[in-house]
Design a protein around this ligand. Structure first.
Ligand SMILES: Cc1cc2nc3c(=O)[nH]c(=O)nc-3n(C[C@H](O)[C@H](O)[C@H](O)COP(=O)(O)OP(=O)(O)OC[C@H]3O[C@@H](n4cnc5c(N)ncnc54)[C@H](O)[C@@H]3O)c2cc1C
Length: 467
């Protein structure tokens, strides 16, 4: 029976990062993983494969639609889907191997199998061949992530009715794709297949897309996506999918009630969110309490109701994002190492990796209004940014929200190309409690798209230069 300081169950971005940080702090660490590969949802069926397909499909669209106006003549590009999927797989393999290397480098034992918590200090691991072993450890971190959320009555076969996992591996471009859910995953994967030739319709229960993100940004994003060819049915729900014919027929009902309609599609993508994954972990028997949404309940130090058992990432409350899981992994390892591990939940960026990208950090205007916080707004459009003009990529704008009294930046929201990179200067500023004035007085290289961030900060004080 091996004995460890820490056993981490799950090797997604939360789990493997936690293991590395704990090893750096001198702990003897093992990770338990039920899948054949390390890296969790993010590396295998989430962040990384979706970004590979977004990248490839974006270049396909650029080659077909944008090269000619820049004076680049290429034959009409064609899709070689198996090669594109191979490109995606190479990216996955490279990253998975990278995690394997990091486990070895940090002398972290990798135990293949499904972990079950037997109580404080004991994890039972059942390997694929059924063999079990019990591992002793001072501490346990649950990092088992999440699984796809399902729609009642609609069975996902991962061929015609797919989750994000199936949508990352379709073997041909569907001529029509119905996406259920206008959240990040639905819009990213909808973008991939639209660029490759599918007619994409998105059905969303709420009356807006990207719930949780800034409303003004979401409105402009919807208009841009519609120009790209997306069709939206908002305030509507999919109540069933008839699979009896070669083409699927989905029944759509208004969320508020009323007459149903049918939409036909080759493929239906169910992207209504994700649910915490705790199957087979033995939490109930071990006495680990869950909250009312099935997430592992933790305190401010990531501790569950059972001594020596902690939890991080998608399996606990908070945004289901890889970098949130990673930061929690580092924080809990540091707490176990006697340090003051901490995550600032007010400054966790969120990015939609479409074209244009949407990126956000901190409070939205809706949240500030709801909280009754007095705030000032500075906005700057990319149409007035020199670099965006010469590149002819002027969709979108930057919006900075600052406290009306103190000028402290409370939120930043960007829609535009490379928004996902630009958002970080606002994040760093916010971590240091910086003001719009601080951002406005920071010299930005010219010509960059980031100058729009500086101009938006200047606009908070009503003194943008180029507008
Ligand atoms: C299509 C898609 C795109 C996404 N894109 C992004 C993005 O661009 N940016 C972003 O920040 N987030 C993105 N996400 C979300 C991101 O993948 C998750 O937030 C992140 O993976 C959560 O990390 P985690 O470590 O908590 O869990 P996971 O990555 O889900 O890993 C959990 C691991 O635990 C293992 N496990 C579970 N139970 C057991 C057990 N009992 N024993 C042993 N092992 C077990 C699982 O096999 C898995 O490997 C995306 C998700 C999807 C589905």
């Amino acid at each position: 029976m091996a004995s460890y300081d820490l056993v981490v169950i799950g090797t997604g971005p939360g789990g493997y990062v936690c293991a590395i940080r704990a090893a750096q702090l001198g702990m003897k660490v093992a990770v338990v993983e039920k899948n054949a590969t390390l890296g969790g949802t993010c590396l295998n069926v989430g962040c990384m494969p979706s970004k590979a397909l977004l990248h490839a499909s974006e270049l396909f669209e650029e080659a077909g639609h944008s090269f000619a106006k820049m004076g680049i003549k290429v034959p009409t590009p064609e899709i070689d889907l198996p090669a594109m999927m191979n490109f995606k797989q190479q990216g996955i393999d490279g990253n998975v191997k990278g995690v394997e290397y990091l486990m070895k480098k940090n002398k972290i034992d990798v135990i293949q199998g499904k972990g079950k918590i037997l109580g404080t200090g004991k994890v039972q691991v059942t390997a694929n061949d059924g063999a079990t072993q019990t591992v002793e450890t001072k501490n346990i971190v649950i990092a088992t992530g999440s699984d796809i959320a399902r729609l009642k009555g609609i069975e996902i076969d991962e061929k015609r009715i797919v989750s994000s996992t199936g949508a990352l591996s379709l073997d041909k471009v569907p001529s029509s794709l119905l996406v259920v859910g206008a959240g990040v995953i639905g819009l990213e994967l909808g973008s991939v297949w639209r660029r490759l030739g599918a007619k994409v319709t998105v059905v969303e229960f709420l009356d807006r897309i990207l719930p949780g993100m800034d409303g003004e940004i979401a409105k402009q994003f919807q208009r841009i996506l519609e120009k790209q060819g997306f069709a939206f049915k908002l305030g509507a729900k999919v109540t069933g999918v008839d699979t009896s014919s070669a083409t699927l027929s989905a029944t759509i009902e208004p969320a508020a009630g009323g007459a149903a309609e049918k939409i036909e599609a080759d493929v239906v993508l169910v992207a209504i969110g994700r649910v915490p994954y705790t199957d087979g972990l033995g939490l109930q028997e071990a006495g680990v309490v869950l909250d009312n949404r099935g997430r592992v309940q933790i305190d401010h130090h990531f501790a569950t109701s059972v001594p020596g058992v902690y939890a991080i990432g998608d399996v606990v409350a908070g945004p289901m994002l890889a970098h949130k899981a990673e930061d929690e992994g580092v924080a809990v390892a540091e707490i176990l190492g006697g340090q003051a591990g901490h995550v600032n939940y007010d400054v966790i960026p969120g990015v939609v990796y479409t074209t244009p990208e949407v990126a956000s950090v901190g409070k939205t205007e809706d949240e500030l209004k709801q909280a009754g916080t007095a705030y000032t707004v500075g906005k700057f459009p990319f149409t007035a940014n020199g670099r965006s003009k010469v590149n002819q990529t002027t969709d979108g704008f930057v919006k900075i929200l600052a406290d009306a009294k103190t000028d402290r930046v409370l939120g930043a929201h960007i829609i535009g190309r490379e928004a996902g990179e630009m958002i970080h200067e606002a994040a760093v500023l916010m971590e240091f409690g910086g003001s719009a004035e601080d951002l406005a007085r920071t010299c930005h290289a010219h010509p960059t798209r980031s100058e729009a961030v500086k101009e938006a900060a200047l606009a908070v004080g009503k003194r943008a230069i180029h507008m």
